[in-house]
Design a protein around this ligand. Structure first.
Ligand code: SF4
Length: 496
């Protein structure tokens, strides 16, 4: 393939004679006169799925509507994750499946978005010849231009990271079909430099979004029938509007807002709008946040509080910024304000230098906290991270696997322990839709984030019901519906 690379302002153009064609017009509809169809595939964390909805919105303003039919797509955008090796491997394997599609349809545009695009930048173009464009997490406004450049026979890149970009003015196009729960991104980037993590390099520095735009998005979602929002950020506890990272006021004329205050603002939208948030960082978890959570019934009694390791020495090597004692102090605070709060976590086994004693400290911490659920991984060394530069990835793979299996087994026991405790209790459940297993059963989650299965009857998505729990597995609860709750509307101050 004839190609040459001109580097300009971190936007790379590769001249490709074979591609001088225009997008086909066969898919024109009244909503989409240009008939251009966009297929988005998302991998990784909730932030990526939320970003894909921002991408769909930006592209819809430029004549693209989203399709779930890959065969019909004019543009395919893959929103990627770089948190572990196998996350990137999955995308590379997926790309091989596009070879045939590209040879069948040379006008098909394939783009890579997200953390892998930002981590690898132009190398990804060299390594993956069928990729036409790459855009980092802060460059999505530029996507229509990048697609246009590809349309005129060039390959295009924009991996500029921003200190300002929050896409606050973009109204996401909801890609999930459920229409009950939605992600709302409240901030972007991360200022923590955990030594194993690529996120600060792929998503840049922390910046918080204007709280008024967040509340308006939640009111809009409520009016569209959504009954649950999950406020998203790499570290939501450090959300601060109009404040410096030291908490100083930036502009005296503007109201400052921290996470506890934002949580209260969103909880006030409607008693029927359930509020969740993810992800917390133990070093920034304040009692003020826990107080607000305990004050509002519609703020779910569920906290995802990644610990990563139970050993203070390992936490120091991970540069997590807290000790085992501090973490357990936060767990005690949660239990003080909300005794029935469900807690989940993230754990990495086999981090650089982890001894058997340090691993046993993780086991003993898990036994002390007894998590409802945990995301558990073997340490996967990431290029250019602090850990890669400072430490040896010296825990043998078989030891990592044995330690991982030990904590998975322990977690299975604890997940079942907590679910068994729920039998006989009555749960307030938000109806989400059909259960995966049976047409006769529907499902929804309780405030503690457990999935509850119940007989279908004539329930509607977005309805609140009371379910008496009769049985369970380590993954789900099951029960009989004992009450259908009245619906509440928007709180008076939001009714226009
Ligand atoms: S808090 Fe740490 S682990 Fe989480 S995104 Fe930031 S740097 Fe990564």
């Amino acid at each position: 393939m004839g190609s040459s690379i001109n580097i300009r302002e971190s936007r790379v153009k590769v001249i490709d004679e074979a591609r001088q064609g225009e997008a086909t017009m066969g898919n024109a509809t009244p909503e989409n006169p240009n008939g251009k169809l966009l297929y988005i595939e998302s991998y990784g964390c909730q932030m990526n799925f939320s970003d894909s909805e921002v991408v769909a919105s930006i592209m819809s303003k430029n004549g693209f509507s989203t399709t779930k039919d890959l065969d019909n797509a004019d543009v395919v955008l893959i929103n990627t994750c770089a948190v572990r090796d196998n996350a990137e491997l999955r995308v590379r394997n997926r790309l091989t499946e596009f070879k045939k599609r590209k040879s069948d349809n040379p006008n098909l545009v394939v783009g890579i978005l997200g953390c892998m695009a930002e981590r690898l930048k132009t190398n990804l173009l060299e390594e993956e010849q069928l990729v036409d464009l790459i855009a980092g997490p802060d460059a999505y406004r530029d996507l229509p231009n990048l697609v246009e450049e590809v349309g005129s026979g060039q390959r295009a890149v924009n991996v500029l990271l921003s200190r300002e970009e929050t896409y606050a003015d973009i109204s996401p196009v909801r890609l999930d079909t459920g229409g009950v729960n939605a992600f709302v991104t409240i901030m972007r980037g991360c200022d923590n430099m955990c030594s194993f993590c690529v996120v600060p390099f792929t998503r840049g520095r922390e910046r918080s979004r204007d709280p008024q735009t967040i509340v308006s998005e939640c009111v809009d979602l409520f009016n569209k029938g959504y009954r649950e929002v999950t406020l998203l950020g790499q570290n939501v506890n450090s959300y601060r509007w109009n404040m410096t990272s030291k908490g100083e006021v930036k502009d005296e004329t503007i109201q400052t807002t921290n996470f506890a205050q934002l949580l209260e603002m969103v909880a006030k939208v409607s008693p029927d709008l359930r509020v969740r948030y993810s992800t917390s960082h133990p070093k920034d978890m304040t009692d003020e946040v826990l107080e607000i959570m305990a004050k509002y019934e519609n703020i779910c009694e569920y906290i995802h509080l990644p610990v990563q390791s139970g050993s203070t020495q390992v936490l120091a090597r991970m540069n997590r910024g807290y000790t085992r004692e501090w973490y357990l102090n936060r767990i005690a605070a949660i239990k003080k304000y909300m005794p029935d709060c469900a807690i989940s976590t993230d754990i990495i086994t086999g981090f650089c230098g982890e001894t058997e004693e340090e691993h046993q400290e993780t086991i003993s911490l898990m036994k002390e906290v007894r998590y409802e659920y945990a995301y558990m991984f073997k340490y996967s060394e990431r290029p250019k991270t602090l850990a890669e530069r400072k430490f040896e990835d010296d825990v043998p793979e078989d030891v990592k696997s044995r330690r991982l299996n030990e904590i998975i087994d322990l977690q299975q026991e604890d997940s079942l322990y907590w679910h068994k405790l729920q039998i006989g209790s009555v749960k307030k459940v938000l109806v989400e839709g059909p259960s995966k297993r049976s047409e006769e059963e529907w499902c929804g989650r309780d405030g503690r984030n457990s999935m509850v299965i119940f007989p279908k009857e004539n329930f509607e998505r977005g309805q609140y019901i009371k379910v008496k729990i009769t049985e369970c597995t380590s993954a789900t609860l099951k029960g009989e519906v004992v009450e259908v709750l009245e619906r509440n509307g928007l709180s008076p101050e939001f009714v226009v």
